[in-house]
Design a binder for this molecule. Structure first.
Ligand code: SAM
Length: 262
């Protein structure tokens, strides 16, 4: 059956066998429970199944494609025909999942942020193998003192270790997207910094990085009633810029904000 790609759902199907093989070789699959997000017509799903998983769940929003998948894989996979942003990701299985996802680029970022914010004490996944627009992937893996460093890298490094696996060219997809993609591997970060609420970290990094060229003085004064004392406590030079502070310092500042109830 010929499948017409829907632009509105960001449907660019992977057709490059080498890339498909590389994706499924990024994480251990044998005897594991797998969750695939946005399986489309099942190109990556077939490669996953070849690696002998214990069980495969897929979440696909498109009703038509959900039917195609049902016909193609019958009882080999469990299909959740829904929007990944509406699913309680930690309720899918009792086991820790290995997750694969090649989603529309805007959804990938929203999904990753939602998952990080929702992570409780126990991680519901073992690893995440996710595709992003290369430019977004570069922002996720950026380190301090670089121009791409910001909210996304800080939020990610709070809970996750991240590694770039490969860059993927538009020719590997049909239809071809306009931009390059990158595949990232995320694993849980042990002993992540304890905060009362992820929302506070999101707020603090939003205030700092919405004025990334300004000196730290300005966001500090916006966030803390006694900005000077907080800066002194953490030995921070307020003439520096937001990109000069390590992620760890943003976690500490968030905790200080929570403790002070500022
Ligand atoms: N994984 C397939 C492949 O590589 O060939 C398809 C990738 S395609 C870029 C993205 C897939 O995600 C499409 O099948 C699309 O229908 C699905 N999708 C889009 N938005 C979604 C959402 N919010 N929740 C679940 N699936 C979604």
């Amino acid at each position: 059956m010929r499948i017409k790609a829907k632009k509105s759902l960001g449907q660019n199907f992977l057709i490059d066998r080498e890339v498909l093989e590389q994706i499924v070789s990024t994480a251990d699959i044998a005897n594991k429970e797998i969750l695939e997000i946005g399986p489309g017509s099942g190109n990556l799903t077939s490669y996953i199944l070849k690696k002998n998983p214990q069980k495969v769940f897929v979440i696909e929003k498109d009703d038509e494609l959900a039917l195609v998948l049902k016909e193609k894989f019958t009882t080999q996979i469990e299909i959740i025909n829904d929007d990944v942003l509406k699913i309680a990701e930690d309720k899918i299985s009792d086991q820790k999942l290995v997750v694969f996802g090649n989603l529309p680029y805007n959804i990938s970022t929203e999904m990753l942020s939602k998952w990080i914010v929702n992570i409780g004490k126990i991680f519901w996944f073992e690893s995440l193998v996710l595709m992003f627009q290369k430019e977004v992937a570069d922002r996720i893996i950026a380190v301090s003192n670089s121009s791409k460093y910001g909210r996304l890298s800080i939020l990610t490094s709070w809970k996750l270790n991240v590694k770039k696996i490969i860059d993927i060219k538009p020719q590997s997809f049909s239809p071809r997207p306009k931009v390059d993609s990158s595949l990232l591997l995320f694993t849980p970060r042990e002993n992540s910094f304890e905060l009362k609420s992820a929302k506070n970290l999101e707020m603090i990094t939003r205030v700092f990085f919405s004025q990334r060229r300004k000196m730290l003085k300005k966001p500090f004064n916006q966030i803390f009633t006694n900005a000077k004392a907080v800066a002194e406590k953490f030995n921070i030079d307020l003439n520096l810029r937001p990109q000069n502070l390590e992620p760890e310092m943003y976690f500490k500042l968030t905790k200080e904000y929570e403790d002070l109830g500022s």
